[in-house]
Design a protein around this ligand. Structure first.
Ligand code: URA
Length: 214
């Protein structure tokens, strides 16, 4: 929402084919529970939606205190309608397990709700279309800690142009919520040498969780 409010806008313009869908920001902030928000996301006229099998919104436990946000669903996620169930998801599960956190003890989502064709990086327009819903999603889940996976999630949620390498390892906050930023599991699969560095971020996550008595 900040993205648009910065520009003094009260409406988001969502493109669908040649039509422009005008969505009042106030209508998004009126979603007062996750079911209503999920229904609205499923009805969004995003071009990606028409190319996907499923809308992928979330998995896990919203009351767990930890909300994980990645980039966008891949093929496996599109098939199953759940985030992080492919190879990246297995690595995420293992990294959480390494610090004593079960997958069922976190809540997982993405900054984009549909698979971009060929698993390409979501475009600025696609991210901008989903962000008001992502921001409302975070507000409704109200986690103690946000775990942001990869540069796309970090840039979109923290509204920054800084790279993940610069942001990770620092103290970050989003609207009063502690943020732990780390590399995306897909990047770690390609660059296993960075797993050590990412592991430090997961230790930090566990420390913050313990300090918050979770
Ligand atoms: N990568 C992501 O960023 N999200 C998923 O859900 C799966 C892979």
């Amino acid at each position: 929402m900040r993205w648009y409010k910065h520009f003094g806008l009260d409406y988001v313009f969502l493109r669908h084919d040649c039509n422009i869908q005008q969505v009042p920001l106030s209508s998004i902030s009126h979603f007062s529970n996750l079911d209503d928000l999920r229904r609205a996301i499923c009805e969004l006229n995003c071009p990606l939606r028409r190319m996907s099998k499923n809308t992928v919104i979330s998995d896990g436990s919203p009351g767990s205190g930890i909300m994980v946000i990645g980039e966008a669903p891949g093929q496996e996620e599109d098939e199953q309608g759940k985030p992080f169930v492919g190879q990246s998801g297995q690595l995420l599960d293992n990294m959480l397990k390494a610090v004593g956190i079960k997958r069922s003890d976190v809540y997982i989502s993405n900054v984009v709700f549909w698979r971009p064709p060929g698993n390409r990086t979501p475009s600025v327009d696609e991210i901008a279309m989903c962000m008001p819903y992502v921001e409302r999603h975070i507000m409704l889940v109200n986690p103690k800690i946000l775990l942001l996976l990869g540069g796309v999630a970090v840039k979109a949620v923290l509204d920054t142009s800084e790279s993940i390498s610069r942001i990770r390892g620092r103290k970050n906050e989003y609207k009063g919520i502690n943020v732990v930023a780390t590399f995306h599991p897909a990047y770690l699969l390609r660059s296993p040498g960075q797993k050590q560095v990412a592991f430090r971020d997961f230790i930090q996550l566990k420390r913050q969780l313990t300090a918050l008595h979770f």
